[in-house]
Design a protein around this ligand. Structure first.
Ligand SMILES: [Cu+2]
Length: 296
């Protein structure tokens, strides 16, 4: 409120000051569109997409669903207001005894069907692109646990290690770290490479979600789900567990660092040494049983 005159101003100046303050606060309060990789307070909209699937999702939401929702809502609101004005008891004391109008009934059945068909075409196309996994360049196996994620890089692609990824405590946050999203060990992938993500869980159902990649898939104990992404922009992209999985559900963020191929090769060599001693996360249960915590 630094735009307001402090005190003792004349009425005219006060008015200008108030108008200015109003305009400025409206400007500052205006929500910004969400950016890359993570949400910030006061933002609206979907996070900036960095994969073809996420771009398709954003287009589907912003350019197809939202205009249709607005148009239908506006039409219904105008219709209700018109009925209130035109057919209230005072304006229309003798109501019509009409009960059927074939033309109208055909119209209000066919038009919604056509709207659904218009939505269905890009929706099924998007599902197709998500579910039919193209030829992939590498695989990352992700296991959800109460309450952290672990990542495994298979040996046949230069990996052969796995590591756990925990949310950073507030006390450990460094400048640039985002509270509740920063993790101790980020998953790293090269830019412009198609990554197959195999997702499972060791205990309960978790939800593996990275909005900027346009991926969300359940991590189910005893099952191996698959999804894919091809990030075309370097950076750090965060996600969160999206399935209520217990008391620390909010404390299991996902962090992917997308880097150049050279940086990835260097990271792979360093990570191999760093995590060599770490035990691989169990991905399958031969007898299809789920480990039960003591006391349950
Ligand atoms: Cu979870």
């Amino acid at each position: 409120m630094r735009f307001l005159p402090k005190s003792g101003c004349r009425a005219k100046n006060c008015g200008i000051g108030l108008a200015l303050a109003g305009a400025c606060s409206a400007f500052y309060a205006a929500p910004a569109w969400a950016g890359f990789g993570h949400p910030d307070p006061g933002e609206i909209g979907l996070q900036e997409p960095v994969t073809s699937i996420a771009r398709e999702m954003v287009f589907f939401h912003n350019d197809i669903l939202t205009p249709i929702i607005f148009a239908v809502s506006l039409f219904v609101a105008v219709l209700i207001l018109y009925c209130i004005y035109r057919f209230n008891e005072k304006a229309n004391p003798t109501p019509s005894a009409l009960t059927h109008n074939t033309g109208l009934e055909v119209a209000w059945t066919l038009i919604p069907v056509l709207i659904l068909v218009v939505i269905a075409v890009p929706s099924f196309r998007l599902l197709d692109h998500q579910l039919i996994i193209p030829a992939t360049d590498m695989t990352v196996k992700v296991t959800g646990h109460q309450w952290y994620w672990s990542y495994e890089y298979p040996p046949d692609q230069g990996g052969g290690f796995s590591f756990d990824s925990y949310v950073k405590d507030r006390g450990d946050l460094k400048p640039g770290d985002i509270d509740l999203l920063a993790v101790d060990n980020e998953a790293v992938v090269p830019v412009n490479k198609t990554v197959l993500v195999q997702v499972t869980s060791s205990d309960v159902i978790h939800g593996f979600t990275v909005p900027s990649f346009g991926i969300r898939i359940d991590a189910v104990p005893g099952r191996l789900n698959e999804t894919w992404f091809k990030a075309d922009r370097e950076g750090v992209y965060y996600g969160q567990c999206s399935e209520l999985c217990g008391e620390d559900h909010a404390d299991m963020p996902i962090a992917f660092r997308v880097v150049s191929q050279d940086e990835y090769t260097a990271w792979l060599a360093a990570a191999k040494k760093k995590f060599a001693a770490a035990k691989s996360a169990p991905l399958h249960y031969a007898d299809n049983t789920i480990p039960v915590a003591a006391g349950n």
